[in-house]
Design a protein around this ligand. Sequence first.
Ligand code: GNR
Ligand code: NI
Length: 169
Amino acid sequence: MAIRPILHYPDPRLRTKAAPVADVGPEIRELIEDLAETMYAAPGVGLAAPQVDVPLRVFVVDIAAADEPSSLHVFVNPEIVRREGTLSWQEGCLSFPTVAEEIERAAAVTVRARDADGQPFELQADGLLAVAIQHEHDHLDGVLMVDHIGPLKRRIVHRKMMKRQRGGS
Ligand code: GNR
Ligand code: NI
């Protein structure tokens, strides 16, 4: 297992549309382990493969609080098949350190995916789990937090990230 470096906005690799996984084999299982280890170390509630420079349709999510047992969800080739209602949540992103923005999403989703054993499953989620699934699913299509906020806020976030990049952090 290894912690992999996380790409930061405006790295163009975050804009790549990720390709489906053909087969959940040893390489994909290693990627899943590394995604989980990197997410827990950050710490974050989710992490998508494109954020660690792997353009494949894989992400992990764990929304358990610090005092709860961990509950890792693995999604390979996920499809959001149902979206219901709307909710607004203050989101962060490991590719936008120090940024937090209120973003509107579906309040509940149904997602179909394969797990780390390649087995298909379907999951219904609401609250933070639904938010995290939509946030991670966006990363697979090169869609980022800033694409969901207004032009003024987007400009502020863009400038902040450019300044941060110049500072080398
Ligand atoms: O750690 C994260 N926290 C978070 C909080 C609210 C909504 C979404 C997220 S996902 C983010 C980790 C990340 O960047 N995943 O891509
Ligand atoms: Ni993110």
